[in-house]
Design a protein around this ligand. Structure first.
Ligand code: SF4
Ligand code: SF4
Length: 339
């Protein structure tokens, strides 16, 4: 890489509503991290260094060459940072599943802020909160007013908040794919703007298991069977998301006898991951009787949202569960967020 890195660029890595796994995966590029350090000055990365927002605010617009932004947008602070990083970065990359499609935090879109707070600050077994204290966006104390970010009803993906240049999928992105993306950035060989940096086939295409278009009469849970190690898991009745999921991991889960759960997101051209997966599963059901089909689905897929939209609910056509009214307790931002 050193031959191509003529001048040192500026790299920022920011996290919003995410778990930190994307940063761990970045460190998984191992000693190549030294090449990253040779090519870039890391000017902002709160996960590993105490950078200040005010330092970022002082930078020129477009001064950062590349920003890897992981995490969805759940709070007003995250929205502010997404807009700030967009402004300061020439290239903004939605880094990982949370930024690209909402991922597990996006499943919070099945509920609203009140329900999430009720669970987190009241109902959990370890919580003792008789006064029903909840985080407040503004609290008066003798010294002045304390502020916390506003927690929105709906988690948004990064590109539902600001324009995004590229997407690097995965929960987390596999380290070799991160390295390939960094090499492409440094060499100036990025694909057209708006692209996913990665492969354009499905997990099935990289899975060595044999498929013979066998139809099934029932879906089974993973704990109900020990699958054989050669045959397609879907054809053994296990819900494997490989047909709808973008390749990039090397079919890691089927390789260890476990179905793909879809962490690499939708394959190229798939607009709604869940709809694509439903269509793939429908094609293996061995029945034309609507009642029997309903029974097969109800018994074998007890958690449809968790199965079809585990990683992609926030980015899907559904985006969130329907809400009759915006809660009356929130800011206008939270109310406007319900859509
Ligand atoms: S459905 Fe799953 S097990 Fe079958 S070929 Fe695709 S990835 Fe492999
Ligand atoms: S097989 Fe599926 S769930 Fe497993 S790592 Fe690959 S994309 Fe993710």
């Amino acid at each position: 890489m050193s031959e191509t890195a003529v001048t040192k660029g500026k790299l920022a890595i920011y996290w919003a509503a995410s778990c930190g796994g994307c940063e761990i995966s970045l460190l998984g590029i191992d000693t190549k991290i030294l090449d990253v350090a040779e090519a870039f000055d890391v000017v902002f990365c709160p996960c590993i260094a105490d950078g200040k927002v005010r330092d970022m605010e002082k930078m020129q617009d477009g001064e950062i060459d590349v920003c890897l932004f992981n995490g969805g947008i759940r709070t007003s602070e995250q929205e502010y940072m997404a807009r700030l990083m967009r402004k300061k970065s020439k290239v903004l990359i939605a880094f990982g599943s949370c930024a690209s499609e909402g991922c597990i935090p996006g499943l919070g879109n099945l509920h609203n802020r009140d329900a999430i707070f009720e669970d987190s600050y009241q109902e959990t077994a370890s919580t003792d909160n008789p006064d029903r204290v909840r985080p407040q966006a503004a609290t008066r104390v003798d010294e002045g007013t304390l502020h916390l970010p506003v927690f929105y009803d709906t988690l948004k993906t990064l590109d539902q908040t600001v324009p995004v240049d590229y997407y690097l999928p995965g929960c987390p992105p596999e380290s070799p794919r991160i390295w390939e993306a960094i090499e492409a950035i440094v060499a100036g060989k990025l694909p057209p703007a708006g692209s996913v940096i990665g492969e354009h086939t499905t997990v099935c295409d990289s899975c060595p298991r044999t498929r013979d278009e066998k139809k099934i009469k029932a879906f089974k849970r993973t704990w109900e069977v020990i699958p054989d190690e050669e045959t397609c898991l879907l054809e053994q009745g296990l819900v494997c998301c490989g047909p709808a999921t973008r390749a990039g991991c090397g079919a890691l889960c089927p390789a260890v006898n476990s179905p793909c759960i879809g962490c690499y997101g939708p394959n190229e051209g798939v607009e709604d991951y869940g709809a694509r997966l439903m269509s793939a599963l429908a094609s293996v059901i061995d029945s034309e009787d609507p009642e029997e089909i309903d029974q097969i689905i109800e018994q074998g897929i007890p958690d449809p949202v968790g199965t079809f939209y585990r990683f992609s609910l926030a980015a899907s056509y559904l985006r969130r569960s329907k809400q009759a009214v915006a809660d009356g307790n929130g800011s206008s931002a939270a109310a406007a967020d319900v859509r």
